[in-house]
Design a protein around this ligand. Structure first.
Ligand SMILES: Cc1cc2nc3c(=O)[nH]c(=O)nc-3n(C[C@H](O)[C@H](O)[C@H](O)COP(=O)(O)O)c2cc1C
Length: 217
């Protein structure tokens, strides 16, 4: 199947088969996709919390109450849950760690190149934190790139997925102790294999026509 065929045939999974697990090798591939997602100035302002046991999933599904209860069964019956987290700040320690990794893999031919990268990254962080004052939104945009990467990768690997914004972020932050780790939850993905009663599996996919969403100049 071509990539376009994958994308046009994948469907959000609305009901998972609780008996089926995503195997460890496939999960390792998905973790690699998460780590290698692109981000502005390679800021990697994210962390991914993965629940791969019934007990771990329960800590998350217990927070899906009230208006979010419609997602509880999906999360409970999924094989794995991935909570996409954003860093609450982009402090000097994180920026220094990113720079050190770039240096270690040999991305800088000269000290000036390394200093230039640090200056450039700091400029963007300062732009969003101090001038535009939209640092959290900027960070969230990077996190969503990892979300898209995971959804595409899952489709390619034949794994069903349900992205979920219908989560109680404050409740999740408390349940997983995220604030103490300098993190906040943003979005979640349930992974697994759909059950026979997933109504969405047979519904036609619906997208606006190309002319409505694409302009070629
Ligand atoms: C960021 C995001 C959040 C979503 N949140 C939910 C959710 O909370 N619960 C759910 O059942 N589906 C959720 N969806 C699935 C969308 O409804 C679905 O992607 C959309 O209708 C297109 O259908 P398709 O993915 O099958 O092509 C979400 C999708 C995205 C991309």
């Amino acid at each position: 199947m071509t990539l376009v065929e994958r994308v046009t045939s994948r469907r959000t999974c609305k009901a998972f088969d609780p008996a089926r697990r995503v195997d460890a090798a496939a999960m390792e591939q998905l973790k690699t996709l998460l780590r290698f997602a692109p981000s502005s100035v390679n800021s990697q302002p994210w962390h991914f919390v993965i629940a791969d046991s019934e007990a771990a999933k329960a800590r998350i599904t217990d927070t899906l109450q009230g208006g979010f209860a419609y997602n509880a069964a999906k999360a409970r019956n999924a094989s794995h849950l991935v909570v996409f987290c954003a860093r609450r700040s982009l402090d000097e320690a994180h920026l220094a760690e990113v720079l050190a990794h770039e240096d270690a893999v040999g991305r800088f031919g000269t000290p000036e190149a390394k200093a230039g990268q640090h200056t450039s990254r700091n400029f963007y962080v300062g732009l969003h934190r101090d001038q535009l004052q939209d640092l959290d939104a900027w960070i969230d945009r990077q996190v969503y790139l990892a979300l898209g990467t995971l959804l595409l990768g899952a489709a390619e690997l034949g794994i069903d997925a349900c992205p979920m914004e219908g989560i109680d972020c404050a409740g999740l932050d408390a349940a997983l102790g995220l604030e103490a780790r300098g993190l906040r939850s943003v979005v979640m993905v349930a992974l697994g294999y759909r059950s026979d009663d997933d109504f969405n599996a047979v519904l036609p996919k619906s997208r606006l026509p190309a002319a409505a969403v694409i302009t070629t100049l």
